[in-house]
Write a protein that binds this ligand. Structure first.
Ligand code: C2O
Ligand code: CU
Ligand code: CU
Length: 423
């Protein structure tokens, strides 16, 4: 906490070497370490300041994915940090408890920077979340699960392509396991992969309880056996365990689309992600509360406009990202509907900076429960339109845009991104 009462974090992007259990350690990048970065944590109402130091020898940036903040603090491609420079964004946390994350966003280079290891979790708390009987002891029964896939070459170095990898890392660790000491464990799942999709479930198909999505807790918990996350998406789940047992969090093969694009996104692969090993004595955990965080629905009638976004061939509405072109101008403190459609045979998702949105419909019908809460990233199903609604509150800046884009990072880097200003 500094003299002005702000919670201060320091993040230094730097090069390192990481031993992933191969023949040789490989060159990686990390924040304050060799790979990935520390979990940052702040509470609603708190003012935060982050000193981002670029210790690399090329420009980077750090974007606060899911955070509602002024555009010049957002860390997108317009807030590049030169080698050796320090960038110190600050803002007031004004949104509900959630599992957010941070990662670089340099123009055209995001995939490489994230792949090499620059990413971390940013957890937000609020009064309500602190009062709920949910597992919340960090590292004990409240676990960050940053899921990434990597491809290693024969010497153990990262292969830097745009395809999927066959080695799963959880928090940077291959073959990860967790010693579970409580009857219930909360997993904060983050798909921090560049292009791989996951359909998470447990190895014995036991149900888990979904409690949160990208932007916070759901109104009510839902029991389910599978949760699909495309790159950038998060889900919070609670898993019940019996003393002495082992169960594995896994990604299961599913069919979504045409064979080629499914293969590119790794949808048909079966992969072990995290082994949960229960100790022979488990501490009691309370039942998941029946009510979590009520959400006021944004009514379509309150929207001042409907914008359409068509994704196809690394373009949005027929254009590639241009740093000098503002694509959309939104009025502050208004609510808008965005209609997003995918028009090619490739898998895409859609992420919007600045806001958390609500999903009105997917393919014309009411969204499934996993899309019933706050979202900032959504998978686009083939041949169907996704309708979302968001309120663009608080911050306006005619000169600095926010981004919207496909979060498959090679697509984003290739230009599947646009810019909006809030005025
Ligand atoms: Cu997580 Cu614009 O990105
Ligand atoms: Cu973002
Ligand atoms: Cu895409």
């Amino acid at each position: 906490i500094d003299r002005e009462g702000r919670r201060v974090f320091d993040l230094r992007a730097q090069e390192g070497r990481t031993d992933f259990g191969r023949d040789e350690a490989t060159r990686t990048w990390g924040f304050d370490g060799d790979y990935l970065g520390p979990t940052l944590r702040a509470k609603r109402g708190e003012r935060v300041l982050v000193n981002v130091v670029n210790g690399l020898d090329e420009p980077t940036s750090v974007h606060w994915h899911g955070m509602h903040l002024p555009a010049r603090m957002d860390g997108g491609p317009h807030q590049e940090v030169r080698p050796g420079a320090t960038w110190s964004p600050h803002w007031t946390v004004g949104q509900p408890a959630a599992t957010l994350w941070y990662h670089p966003h340099p123009h055209g280079e995001t995939a490489k920077h994230v792949l090499r290891g620059l990413a971390g979790m940013f957890i937000l708390d609020d009064e309500r979340s602190e009062g709920l009987a949910l597992p919340r002891e960090y590292g004990v029964d409240d676990i960050p699960v940053i899921v990434q896939d990597r491809q290693f070459d024969s010497r153990g170095r990262f292969r830097e392509g745009s395809g999927t990898g066959d080695t799963i890392l959880v928090n940077g660790i291959p073959g990860a396991y967790l010693d579970v000491r409580t009857e219930r464990v909360r997993l904060r799942l983050l798909n921090a992969s560049n292009s791989r999709m996951y359909t998470f479930g447990l190895s014995d198909d036991r149900p888990f309880t979904l409690i949160g999505s990208d932007g916070g807790l759901l109104p009510a918990p839902h029991s389910m056996t599978r949760i699909r996350l495309s790159p950038g998406e998060r889900a919070e789940i609670v898993v019940g365990m019996e003393a002495g047992e082992n169960v594995t969090l896994r990604s299961f093969p599913t069919n979504l689309h045409n064979i080629l694009s499914d293969r590119f996104a790794g949808i048909r692969d079966m992969l072990d992600v995290l082994q949960l090993r229960a100790e022979s004595n488990l501490a009691r955990s309370p039942e998941v509360p029946a009510v979590l965080a009520p959400i006021e629905p944004l009514g379509p009638a309150s929207a001042v406009t409907t914008r359409k976004f068509a994704l196809s061939g690394r373009q949005i509405n027929g254009e590639r990202m241009d740093m000098g072109r503002i694509d959309e101008v939104v009025t502050r403190d208004t609510t808008e509907i965005w209609e997003i459609t995918k028009e090619d045979g490739t898998l895409h998702n859609f992420h919007v900076h600045d806001v958390q949105f609500q999903v009105l419909s997917v393919g014309g019908v009411k969204p499934p429960v996993e899309l019933s809460g706050w979202k900032d990233t959504i998978l686009l199903p083939p041949n169907e339109t996704v309708r979302i609604i968001a309120r663009f509150a608080d911050y306006a800046d005619p000169d600095v845009p926010y981004m919207y884009h496909c979060h498959i990072l090679s697509h984003e880097d290739a230009g599947m991104m646009g810019q909006f200003v809030v005025v």
